[in-house]
Design a protein around this ligand. Structure first.
Ligand SMILES: *[C@@H]1O[C@H](CO)[C@@H](O)[C@H](O)[C@H]1NC(C)=O
Ligand SMILES: *[C@@H]1O[C@H](CO)[C@@H](O)[C@H](O)[C@H]1NC(C)=O
Ligand SMILES: *[C@@H]1O[C@H](CO)[C@@H](O)[C@H](O)[C@H]1NC(C)=O
Ligand SMILES: *[C@@H]1O[C@H](CO)[C@@H](O)[C@H](O)[C@H]1NC(C)=O
Ligand SMILES: *[C@@H]1O[C@H](CO)[C@@H](O)[C@H](O)[C@H]1NC(C)=O
Ligand SMILES: *[C@@H]1O[C@H](CO)[C@@H](O)[C@H](O)[C@H]1NC(C)=O
Ligand SMILES: *[C@@H]1O[C@H](CO)[C@@H](O)[C@H](O)[C@H]1NC(C)=O
Ligand SMILES: *[C@@H]1O[C@H](CO)[C@@H](O)[C@H](O)[C@H]1NC(C)=O
Ligand SMILES: *[C@@H]1O[C@H](CO)[C@@H](O)[C@H](O)[C@H]1NC(C)=O
Ligand SMILES: *[C@@H]1O[C@H](CO)[C@@H](O)[C@H](O)[C@H]1NC(C)=O
Length: 883
């Protein structure tokens, strides 16, 4: 046999041996060698409960330990810590729970007199509000509810009940139903658009205040609130100002009308968990409803209770209800990495990752409750072996056999590491450098100018050693260029790619944008020209992803209004049940205020009704013949905004009716564009189905279907709304850079025959919270800041960082495959801010070390690198000897 044939045969047989013989004979499959850990404990509890057996299980088997949810967003830390994308759904739940708590607290206390009783939210208001929470936030919120304490709700929808009578329990809850099996759903795939709404206070098992009620962990966090002991700690008095308008172009009063109300607690930075306004429950099984493991964010609704009583001395602010938002436990990312600075305790799953000692664990988002949501990156001072491309992925490790695990997943040590010089080497100009000899180049680089004439003996020794290193490095480089020359041209093109170089034109534009942003402020904005108050549209790149939660807050209100305006037929009566009235202006003011108060990234929020589309009920005891059929306002544009206080303290909130301004909001371009798109053509609206089950009587003896069952409504999706370009709103209200999301809402026309455009909902999110991405990206990506990162792309690649806000340098430069991090400073990447700063010094002609911020070619492979080789060879030898 010729040698070639033998080798080929050997390799072939060797591969066969590797893939067939080895696993059967010598290795252990993952489940046989990995020891059970804390993940398995929870997974067993998780999978032992199902929709069929949950009723018979004791309460403790229906809850998981609280520590299984790590890094819960805390209200008083939201501003001072970065909330990463792996917690953005929880943050949105947190904010929505708070949003509903503010809304109901405000409306109960604002409309507190007896003649306002009928302007309070009616039954469908509660149902539709909860349905909108769910339908507008797929991927964020799976269920929304409001549970009242015993005898704490005053229903205005029973015509037989006097105004001052309460009903025992009332708990409307809406959740996304799995509708795959509906007769109308021929695809047999959940559509995400069907919502079940039940009243938990009706029917069998309605006493959810009872401790024997197994799945009510939300109740005991806030209620019963009988004694007033913790009132000072757990209730807070908010004050908001509202400026009403009664006719187009005029305000009713010139001043803002202040209203104070009691609301959820408002802790300071240092306060403990007791006074947080939003608390999360431990994961529990939603038995009999969605039959999933869920986690709830809960916030209390405060009312001055009893609302209607002749005994004034009995009244005090009291938690009357709890607003909750639920998410599936399975969708919440866990962090399997060991406890560290970015992974504080309590974290039940900490340390279940299987990274080896030469690597570090980094969580990956989007894995939820599943093993392997992490990657193992090389420790500082180590680099990836040549046969592995980038970090070792967690799920690869989790399915490794014992042998694979023991041999692989290790990084190799970097030898000859340098220390960052304290004195910066002088910046050497490129032109000069090309004529210098290699030796002087080296000396220039390592030796500070001031010292260069006469190095001390110690320095000399050091230099000689460095020179040796340097020679070796040159040798390696030479070898590399040789190899590169052999390679085809195409591979070199990749390195020369335009995308991989800093785009200096984009940098100049970037500077202009940042300058414009920083130089425009509330004091000088009036003197600027109109176009100077805008940034280019591509400066808001990524806003639809990063501010999705804020956009969906506006979408929620659009869904609610669409549902209400399409399904509530004012003055309907169903026996004892009284239908909802028309919307009242105070309700919409309250909605926009709640949007702003519930989310610190939202600077302002508004609802703008189209001309002659806002119809209100006639005033009570109306005698004016003009208003028999109710009042129709030409314009109605409630708009709430936040006034930030510079030092730590509570922001102020104000609301104003845009109808009072002399410029009509319907003439603004953002309004006209939306209207032009949707006024005549509603193609593309999604149909949502809500299935309301209501109580049969005030006592709630049983649960029956609502008269209209199911309710359907057409509403926009998140993609149907539009993010406008960044703008400085110079209007004495917002006075800040914001990006605005605009989304339309729809109602029945006056003949109730078809759907028509009724107006838009807007949210202004603060531009400062937008992260910018300077890394290279595709030519078609509409991002003004792309290709401006100062990485050394020959040896590094760029990774954008989260939470760095609208500033320069929000990225890191990591070493490419085949390169290693040269410094001995516990890092393994170069920070974008350092790169930018050193570049700035370089261009300013100051001493800098920009030239040293590069990765160097990885050193010779050590023994560990060739373990795989040894494996292959040994099997080859085995095969060889057998033949
Ligand atoms: C209603 O609330 C306002 C403001 O909180 C308060 O001044 C007023 O006394 C309340 N009215 C009644 C009837 O409780
Ligand atoms: C809950 O929300 C997730 C997205 O976060 C979705 O995938 C899942 O289907 C929802 N569950 C139900 C029961 O609708
Ligand atoms: C309700 O109000 C009526 C008078 O308006 C009063 O006679 C009655 O006692 C009140 N009931 C309660 C429960 O407060
Ligand atoms: C609850 O409210 C009902 C009706 O208002 C009343 O008859 C009953 O006494 C109240 N129960 C308690 C414990 O306050
Ligand atoms: C339902 O929602 C989930 C999660 O957001 C998504 O993955 C799925 O594609 C949605 N289903 C449909 C039919 O849109
Ligand atoms: C509900 O349960 C609580 C706690 O066990 C009990 O005190 C209360 O009387 C019950 N209420 C009703 C109306 O059954
Ligand atoms: C609006 O309010 C002002 C001030 O209270 C009043 O003078 C005016 O008559 C009101 N206009 C209408 C149409 O009610
Ligand atoms: C979320 O991501 C951040 C940044 O990568 C990390 O520090 C944090 O530990 C992660 N949290 C969880 C629960 O995975
Ligand atoms: C890895 O580190 C742990 C703790 O530092 C140590 O106990 C273990 O012996 C190390 N394993 C190896 C293979 O170095
Ligand atoms: C809306 O509610 C307010 C607050 O009580 C009331 O004064 C106003 O008359 C109501 N508006 C209409 C049109 O009914």
């Amino acid at each position: 046999m010729s040698l070639l044939v033998r080798v080929t045969l050997g390799v072939f047989l060797g591969l066969c041996a590797l893939s067939w013989v080895k696993p059967a004979v010598e290795t252990d499959a993952p489940f046989s060698w990995m020891r059970p850990d804390r993940f398995d404990t929870i997974n067993d509890m998780f999978s032992s409960v199902t929709g069929e057996n949950c009723r018979s299980k004791p309460a403790e088997q229906l809850t998981l330990p609280k520590e299984t949810i790590a890094q819960i967003p805390k209200y008083n830390n939201l501003l001072s810590t970065v909330i990463y994308s792996n917690r953005s759904a929880m943050l949105h739940m947190h904010n929505m729970a708070l949003n509903r708590a503010y809304f109901y607290s405000f409306i109960y206390q604002k409309l507190n007199s007896t003649f306002d009783f009928h302007y309070q939210p009616g039954l469908m208001y509660y149902y539709m509000s909860a349905a909108a929470d769910v339908s507008a936030s797929p991927g964020f919120v799976n269920a929304s509810s409001l549970y009242f304490d015993f005898n704490c709700s005053y229903p205005n929808w029973f015509s037989t009940l006097p105004f001052n009578t309460t009903i025992p329990f009332f708990g409307p809850r809406a959740w996304r139903a799995d509708d795959y099996n509906e007769p109308t759903n021929f695809l047999r795939e959940p559509t995400n658009n069907t919502i079940d709404i039940h009243d938990y206070g009706a029917g069998r098992d309605s006493n959810y205040t009872n401790s024997a009620y197994k799945t009510n962990s939300w109740y005991h966090l806030w209620m019963p609130d009988i004694t007033g002991e913790t009132d000072s700690l757990r209730k807070f008095t908010y004050s908001v100002g509202i400026k009403y308008s009664n006719t187009t172009g005029h305000f009713t009063k010139d001043e803002f009308e202040d209203t104070s109300f009691f609301g959820p607690p408002q802790p300071s930075q240092t306060d403990g968990d007791q006074s947080l306004p939003v608390l999360f429950t431990a994961p529990y099984f939603d038995c009999g409803r969605s039959n999933k493991w869920i986690v709830s964010a809960t916030a209390p609704v405060v009312e001055y209770f009893p609302r209607y009583s002749i005994y004034i001395h009995l009244r005090r602010p009291r938690f009357v209800a709890v607003s909750t938002m639920d998410i599936e436990f399975e969708r919440i990312d866990m962090n399997q990495c060991p406890l560290a600075e970015g992974n504080p305790s309590p974290n039940y799953f900490a340390g279940t990752a299987r990274c080896k000692n030469t690597t570090m664990c980094e969580p990956i988002s989007g894995y939820g409750f599943r093993r392997g949501g992490y990657q193992c990156v090389c420790q500082p001072g180590y680099y990836y072996p040549w046969y592995h491309d980038g970090p070792f992925l967690g799920w690869e490790i989790e399915e490794a056999t014992r042998e694979e695990y023991e041999v692989g997943f290790d990084c190799l040590a970097v030898e000859e590491r340098q220390v960052i010089p304290n004195v910066m080497p002088e910046f050497v100009e490129r032109k000069k450098r090309s004529v210098l000899s290699k030796k002087t180049e080296f000396l220039e680089m390592t030796l500070p100018k001031a010292l260069s004439p006469r190095p001390s003996p110690r320095q000399k020794r050091h230099l000689v050693a460095r020179l040796k290193d340097y020679k070796e490095k040159r040798l390696r480089e030479k070898r590399r260029t040789l190899v590169a020359r052999i390679k085809r041209d195409t591979s070199r093109k990749i390195h020369r790619n335009k995308r991989d170089a800093v785009d200096e034109v984009a940098v100049i534009r970037f500077d202009d944008i940042l300058t414009r942003k920083y130089q425009t402020n509330a004091q000088n904005c009036k003197s600027k020209q109109a176009h100077e108050l805008f940034l280019p549209g591509d400066a808001g790149h990524g806003v639809e992803k990063l501010f999705e939660a804020q956009g969906r807050t506006a979408l929620r209100l659009a869904h609610f209004l669409s549902n209400f305006l399409q399904n509530v037929d004012e003055y309907e009566e169903f026996g004892n049940l009284r239908g909802d009235r028309r919307l009242n202006e105070t309700q919409i003011f309250s909605e926009v205020l709640a949007n702003v108060m519930g989310d610190f990234k939202i600077k302002a929020s508004g609802v703008f009704f189209d001309r002659y589309k806002f119809r209100m009920s006639p005033p009570i005891n109306n005698t004016d013949p003009r208003f028999v059929d109710g009042i129709t306002r030409e314009f109605f544009g409630p708009y709430a905004y936040r006034i930030e206080t510079k030092d730590e303290g509570l922001d102020f909130f104000k609301a104003i009716d845009f109808a009072g301004f002399e410029d009509y909001y319907v003439d603004a371009s953002w309004y006209r564009d939306m209207k032009a798109r949707w006024a005549t053509n509603q193609y593309g609206l999604k149909k949502f189905t809500a299935k309301p089950m209501i109580r049969s009587n005030p006592g709630g003896t049983s649960s029956i279907r609502f008269e209209y069952y199911p309710l359907t409504y057409r509403a926009p999706r998140y993609e149907d709304g539009e993010w406008l370009r960044p703008q400085f709103k110079c209007d004495d209200m917002v006075n800040d850079w914001v990006v605005t999301y605009v989304v339309p809402f729809f109602g029945k026309n006056s003949l109730k025959t078809k759907i028509e455009f009724k107006g838009v909902v807007t949210v202004d999110a603060k531009l400062d919270y937008l992260d910018i991405n300077q890394c290279p990206s595709e030519f078609h990506s509409a991002n003004s800041f792309k290709n401006t990162a100062r990485c050394h792309f020959e040896s590094q690649y760029c990774v954008p960082l989260e939470g760095k806000r609208f500033t320069r340098g929000g990225y890191k430069c990591e070493c490419r495959q085949g390169y290693e991090y040269p410094f001995n400073d516990l890092a393994w990447f170069f920070d974008g801010q350092t790169m930018e700063e050193e570049w700035r010094k370089l261009t300013a002609g100051q001493p800098n070390r920009y030239a040293t911020l590069k990765c160097r070619i990885a050193g010779a492979s050590s023994v560990a690198a060739s373990m795989l080789m040894v494996l292959v060879l040994s099997s080859l030898v085995t095969v060889w000897t057998r033949t």
